[in-house]
Design a protein around this ligand. Structure first.
Ligand SMILES: [Zn+2]
Length: 268
């Protein structure tokens, strides 16, 4: 059976409170070998770690402060999240639940620019964590690519790599992001939407060696589940559409994207 990885899934969310166990069973049955779960704030750093403790090895944690959660108190938030990072995570299987990446972090000026400056500072601080810890970045970016690229360029030589998650941009934006060595684009449900330009954009400028799969569940469910709650098993629809767009087999996409994941997330 072909195996592949969902690199971005909010499986700790309350959307999965009722049927998390079954969602994981369905994911395994569909061929999902692992699920990476990002935190969005201090509180979720705990829920993510607790959840990963329940599914050691299968669910992998990523810790960070999401741009939409950045407020006036971002310094305190970051100081506490940094504590979670550096405190030894005790107990059996401790190494298996310790974070594999810093995320999700980034910039989001789509909904509001109220905390624009704070977002810029908080993101840059977490980029420095990545340089220090050698953990890759799981990056969220919406309506802010220029600002994002400006910050990343300051650290480009020292960054260990990462994922530009939920990429939905054009060819120019894809090329600009791929200038960062060791970084890949996270491709999810949007690829399968009827009006998506990604099936043309990606093969034109992005080698498969620079792509990883994701669901971003519970959001962004792919066709034919569009509008429903997304779940990790649905990453298969993304894989299939990608194979179609690149004119390769499902197996090729599974093999290549999994190799890409292992290259970026060195701790695995
Ligand atoms: Zn996310």
């Amino acid at each position: 059976m072909i195996q592949y990885i969902d690199t971005h899934c909010h499986l700790d969310g309350e959307e999965f409170a009722e049927d998390r166990e079954q969602a994981i069973a369905r994911a395994k049955e569909a061929g999902v070998a692992q699920v990476f779960v990002p935190a969005i704030d201090l509180k979720s750093c705990q829920t993510v770690l607790d959840m990963c403790r329940q599914y050691p090895g299968y669910c992998q944690s990523m810790l960070g402060l999401h741009p939409e959660e950045v407020r006036a108190d971002w310094r305190e938030q970051l100081a506490e999240i940094r504590q979670v990072f550096s405190a030894p995570i005790g107990g059996r299987g401790a190494d298996e639940i310790s974070p594999i990446a810093i995320g999700e972090v980034g910039l989001d000026f789509y909904w509001s620019r109220e905390f624009e400056q704070e977002q810029l500072f908080a993101f840059e601080e977490q980029v420095r964590w990545s340089v220090e810890t050698r953990l890759p970045l799981m990056i969220h970016c919406r309506k802010a690519q220029n600002e994002l690229v400006t910050i990343l360029k300051r650290y480009a030589q020292d960054l260990p790599g990462g994922v530009f998650h939920c990429f939905t941009g054009n060819e120019i934006e894809a090329r600009e992001l791929l200038q960062f060595d060791g970084f890949v684009l996270g491709i999810g449900g949007v690829l399968t939407f009827k009006k998506s330009h990604l099936p043309e954009v990606l093969p034109a400028v992005v080698p498969l060696e620079r792509i990883v799969l994701e669901t971003d569940a519970p959001y962004m469910a792919p066709v034919p589940h569009r509008g429903q709650r997304n779940e990790p098993a649905f990453v298969f629809q993304v894989l299939q559409r990608l194979a179609e767009a690149y004119g390769v087999t499902d197996d090729d996409v599974a093999r290549i994207t999994t190799a890409n994941v292992h290259r970026v997330f060195k701790k695995l």
